[in-house]
Design a protein around this ligand. Structure first.
Ligand code: ADP
Length: 169
């Protein structure tokens, strides 16, 4: 078996199949931390098969959160959102895998808990859009921006999971 990982995160297996890897930014929000949902969030991403490459607990500043949510600054809920997100520590993570941005959003559920199906984090554990327990990047582009905002380059760990070849053909 010939196996090599390029600088662009593409893994070549067995001479022909190519798995394009993505990374996404996931954060357990202050209500999720307070309600003891850090382990549950990590468990669901782990059991799906995604690879954890960075994780830290952070008390985010208002300025940091205003930057994180800058696309929403015209929304009426913007200041309440930033206050909520600064109300306690968040657990910030980077998860890696093929399609992890879109599938991560599926694991979270919809923005509004009332639209989120049971089986999703928001469908199972919360009620109110303003207390929706977890954040997940909504596109590959925003994932890149958010990862760079929350993590230094040296905080992202490169490692080979022994499950890789059981998850990807
Ligand atoms: P998502 O977090 O699902 O990507 P958005 O980017 O639209 O959703 O909104 C960011 C966050 O702002 C939501 O997760 C939620 O915490 C909060 N939010 C969104 N809409 C509302 C609302 N109508 N009222 C209060 N908070 C909201």
């Amino acid at each position: 078996t010939l196996q090599a990982v390029s600088n662009h995160g593409v893994r070549f297996n067995h001479f022909f199949s190519v798995v394009a890897m993505e990374q996404t930014f996931i954060a357990v929000k202050p209500d999720g931390v307070q309600r003891g949902l850090v382990g549950e969030t990590v468990r669901r991403f782990e059991q799906k098969g995604f690879k954890l490459v960075a994780m830290k607990m952070v008390q985010a500043s208002s300025a940091h959160l205003e930057e994180h949510y800058k696309d929403l600054k015209e929304k009426p809920f913007f200041s309440g959102l930033c206050t909520y997100m600064a109300s306690g520590p968040v657990v910030a993570m980077v998860w890696e895998g093929s399609g992890v941005v879109a599938m991560g959003r599926m694991l979270l559920g919809e923005t509004k808990p009332q639209d989120s199906l049971p089986g999703t984090l928001r469908g199972d554990f919360c009620i109110n859009v303003g207390r929706n327990i977890v954040h997940g990047s909504d596109s590959v582009e925003s994932a890149k921006r958010e990862i760079a905002l929350w993590f230094k380059r040296e905080e992202i760990v490169t490692w080979k999971s022994c499950t890789h070849d059981w998850l990807y053909e």
